[in-house]
Design a protein around this ligand. Sequence first.
Ligand code: BTN
Length: 301
Amino acid sequence: MEGAGFEPAKPKRLIYSQLGLTAPQPLQSERGILGVMIEVVNKNPLDKEKILSKLSNEFRSKVVLEVFDTISSTNDYLLRKEKNKNKDIKICIAEEQTKGRGRRGKSWISPKFKNIYFSLNSFLKKEDLSGLSIAVALSVSKVLTKINVMSLIKWPNDLLVGNKKICGILIETAKVDELTKVVIGIGINVNMEYSELIDQEWTSIKLEKKQSVDRNSIITEMINQLCITLNKFEQEEFDYFLKRFTSLDLLRDKEFTLKDKPNEIFIGKGIDNKGLLIAQNMKDQRIVKFSSGEVSLKLKK
Ligand code: BTN
């Protein structure tokens, strides 16, 4: 039985969670059957050559890829590192993050070998980046669709499958002379099956497909797709993305509240041509718009 020596840790964790307790998180090593510390085997390591070899010819020469075993945060790394405004697209991926960051100051749980922790650095000419998060979410959704995982986008850029989060996106920018340095951070739950540390409903590709998937091929697809999207984002009006977003808009005609104003109920009415969320206040029927930095939304059950 393949990998049998490593399995006893799983039932142990299940029992912890059934009792409502938080199990210790042995991410890199587990106590095996004989009580000896053994390394968890990574059967699907991130593989730089494999990823690069399958990139489309058009982008292979433009992409500089770095793969880390452990890093604090792939976004932090590219934010700190990249000041060089050349035409390359710098990408950083890691097997684990020790200080993975989410939106609104939250942390992003990043267990080793399980998921995709991916950041891309590019310098854009376009001044108005308000719709970029939607464009990036559309790219990831397209990649997931290719492997038959059908996701919807919870504005501005969470990807959910059956109301459970499967991917989060964190976009950070800095002005560098006439250009904008953009770091696009993407976390996708891939082969993660359990975590007592995540405080919202979540799923993973493995849980949806009932089988493990190769992270390298997903990363290759994602790089190809993001390169296409960034080109389109520079060339096209936001309308191009708006049309594609409409059918994937999780909030459309759904009731939601704002996390810091739980008593006011809104209904999603799509987005405008800048990517702002349009919503109707249920109490006074007024139409309001939200920008992504401003609010955190909770879908009503
Ligand atoms: C969110 O939904 O709150 C956004 C999560 C973004 C997580 C990714 S993982 C790779 C990159 N590095 C980080 O520290 N965060 C992003």
